[in-house]
Design a protein around this ligand. Structure first.
Ligand SMILES: Cc1cc2nc3c(=O)[nH]c(=O)nc-3n(C[C@H](O)[C@H](O)[C@H](O)COP(=O)(O)OP(=O)(O)OC[C@H]3O[C@@H](n4cnc5c(N)ncnc54)[C@H](O)[C@@H]3O)c2cc1C
Length: 414
């Protein structure tokens, strides 16, 4: 059977490894950390995944935590006014539920499953020189190592990367003890709180190593008041600052958070990165070719919560391209075609995410405001997180937005 090497055991690498393994491929997976190191380490994401991405996991039978993880049935948007009051507040219902399973739980569990099923798991932080050797001994080498150093093998695609520096400073805290949302506490929801000119606070339930928890995630405009976490090493200091900023900018969320405590010593994360699209094919010094996967080739800012969703969609798309190729070579033309197939969906994620990082134009503010009065608009916006291609129909072009809002208003009046 064909031999495939996957470097990097995150959402995309593990999903691909388990999918290929179940189809009888001889898969080697290289990870720079053991399952125990991942499980006992620091949180890596907020990893909220929507219906389509979750369905890819179900299709492979690897949705092991679905019954334990909170089912996120809604997506709410609040906008803060100048006095930190809530000037907009609505919640859209998702057609299919979303879920967040702490990557420490999921990646550690999936790695163990891969090994138990007879997969070759190599614990090693791969360098370019290693890949040079392996490219000669495997039919295909894929790099799914996230935003780490190996991206240097893949040239930046400037035409698809409008930003060259990070657009948000990120600060995450996993907590126990969060109070329920006062409105619609009967179902779980992600709450996106927009503080114009300052940043965004996302709050969502998750399943972590210690059971159900909530995530508090600040995205701060660089140089602004939320860009204050760099250099903080002490997790309790990180949480204290998170809460202080919530009290100041989003007091309605702070009101639920007065009794919270960190889930564990690894429950905080701070950092930033520039959203970047790269050329999908890496050329090794010895002439071999490797194919980039998910964040390696398309890394978006987490403001729209799409990276894990995209990693799942990329893995599903690459899996079918590999299987379709049968015994034919995984050559440069196939690699390009494989990436292009993924880019058909990924381009919508990149366009929408980059738009959300900018200052919203008036028609977008009107759309977000109208969703407070028109429930179908709130629902459609919420479901766009599952299928960002739909934003083409009502988000970017003022004429389309106005036409859409007119249609919904007329239908509601009737
Ligand atoms: C703060 C934050 C919040 C986020 N929130 C969301 C969200 O709500 N929803 C969402 O969909 N996405 C979210 N994302 C994005 C999402 O986490 C990533 O896009 C996703 O994990 C990417 O998957 P991946 O498989 O490409 O890479 P990763 O998940 O990054 O996995 C890469 C793996 O490769 C390993 N590795 C690195 N270098 C090497 C090497 N040289 N050799 C071997 N192994 C190596 C790493 O240790 C890691 O295990 C968020 C990201 C951040 C930072």
């Amino acid at each position: 059977m064909r031999k495939i090497l996957i470097v990097g055991a995150g959402q995309s690498g593990l999903q691909l490894a388990l999918g290929l393994q179940s189809q009888g491929y001889e898969v080697t997976l290289m990870s720079n950390r053991t399952a125990d190191e991942i499980r006992g380490g620091r949180v890596m994401s907020t990893q909220c995944m929507f219906h389509t991405a979750l369905q890819h996991e179900r299709d492979l039978g690897i949705n092991f935590w679905e019954s334990q993880a909170p089912k996120i049935e809604g997506l709410g948007v609040s906008v803060a006014g100048p006095e930190s009051q809530r000037v907009i507040d609505w919640v859209g219902k998702l057609d299919g539920h979303a879920q967040s399973v702490d990557q420490r739980v999921k990646m550690a569990g999936w790695m163990e499953t891969f090994a138990q099923r007879g997969g070759q798991l190599v614990i090693h932080g791969a360098a370019v020189s290693d890949l040079d050797f392996f490219a000669r001994t495997y039919d295909l080498v894929m790099v799914s190592a996230g935003k780490g150093e190996l991206v240097s093998m893949f040239g930046r695609d400037a035409s698809r990367s409008p930003y060259s520096v990070p657009q948000r400073a990120l600060a995450v805290s996993y907590v126990h003890g969060m109070g329920p949302r006062p409105e619609h506490p009967e179902f779980d929801a992600v709450r996106c709180n927009l503080v114009p000119g300052v940043g965004e606070l996302f709050v969502m339930p998750t399943l972590t190593t210690t059971g159900r928890a909530d995530i508090l995630f600040w995205e701060g405009v660089p140089g602004g008041p939320l860009d204050a976490f760099q250099g903080i090493k002490d997790p309790s200091e990180h949480l204290a600052l998170t809460l202080e900023l919530m009290e100041k900018f989003t007091p309605w969320e702070y009101a639920r958070a007065t009794k919270v405590e960190l889930t564990d010593a690894g429950g905080t994360l701070a950092g930033r990165y520039a959203p970047t699209v790269r050329n999908p094919i890496g050329r090794l010094p010895g002439g071999g070719l490797v194919l980039g996967v998910a964040d390696v080739v398309v890394a978006n800012d987490p403001i729209t919560g799409q990276g894990s969703n995209s990693a799942s969609k990329c893995a599903a798309s690459y899996l079918s391209s590999i299987v379709e190729q049968g015994d034919r070579p995984f050559d440069e033309a196939w690699m390009q075609q494989t990436f292009d197939g993924y880019w058909n969906t990924a381009q919508h994620v990149t366009k929408w995410t980059n738009a959300m990082l900018g200052v919203p134009p008036e028609h977008v503010l009107n759309l977000i405001g109208a969703a407070g009065q028109l429930q179908p608009v709130a629902n459609r916006f919420a479901n766009g997180f599952n299928n960002p291609a739909d934003f083409e129909n009502f988000f970017y072009d003022p004429e389309k937005t106005n036409a859409y809002l007119g249609e919904v208003a007329a239908a509601s009046a009737a």
